[in-house]
Write a protein that binds this ligand. Structure first.
Ligand SMILES: [Zn+2]
Length: 200
């Protein structure tokens, strides 16, 4: 007779197999590398403790906090990465999900959000990060009832502390410069893919 543990293991395995082909983006080897790379110490200097813990430490702010209340009141505008200033979302994609964290049904046209499969805490979730600097933003969930009335039926559940809101007509935050290491890395990748670096 199988022990309950063995049965649980089999169930987990079949769950993993059934979901293995869900998303082509789960292949981490094809992930674009962040353009802005900084040491933990450098990030600590640029961010508040809460911003640092969420974006660099992959933490989660508490739901229904002051930032969420502010988010619910914000009008038209754009949401930028609090770390590097990249555009991530706009008020157009915002919707009220009632979950206690800022919710969007899609990223903005700038497509600054990257999705990564996250298997931590015994769950299979899709983590969202800033494509430019790898800041942890939150997670994205598909096909829930709360997002059924949105155009995508997706809920980007985002930590408000990871976002910088600029009202419509306001000045966008300054983009953090691309790290020279990242530039070098990109050059090497191009050289590797193309055999040689294109000369102009
Ligand atoms: Zn960023």
């Amino acid at each position: 007779m199988k022990s309950p543990l063995a049965i649980a293991a089999v169930l987990t395995l079949s769950f993993l197999t059934a979901h293995a082909e869900d998303k082509p983006q789960s292949a981490t080897k094809n992930m674009p590398k962040p353009e802005v790379v900084k040491s933990e110490e450098e990030w600590k200097k640029l961010l508040t403790l809460e911003q640092y813990e969420v974006t660099r430490g992959r933490g989660t702010e508490r739901p229904f906090g002051a930032i969420y209340e502010e988010f619910e009141k914000q009008g038209e505008g754009t949401y930028y990465c609090v770390c590097c200033g990249a555009e991530l979302f706009t008020s157009k994609e915002k919707f009220h999900s009632g979950c206690g964290w800022p919710s969007f049904y899609d990223s903005s046209k700038a497509k600054g959000v990257l999705e990564k499969v996250d298997n931590s805490h015994g769950m299979r979730r899709v983590e969202t990060v800033c494509k430019r600097c790898d800041a942890h933003l939150g997670h994205v969930f598909d096909g829930e009832s709360v997002s059924a009335n949105t155009p995508t039926n997706r809920r980007f559940c985002i930590n408000g502390v990871a976002l910088k809101f600029v009202p419509l007509g306001g000045e966008a935050p300054k983009l953090l410069e691309v790290t020279s290491d990242a530039v070098q890395q990109k050059k090497e990748e191009v050289a590797k893919e193309g055999g040689v670096e294109p000369k102009k």
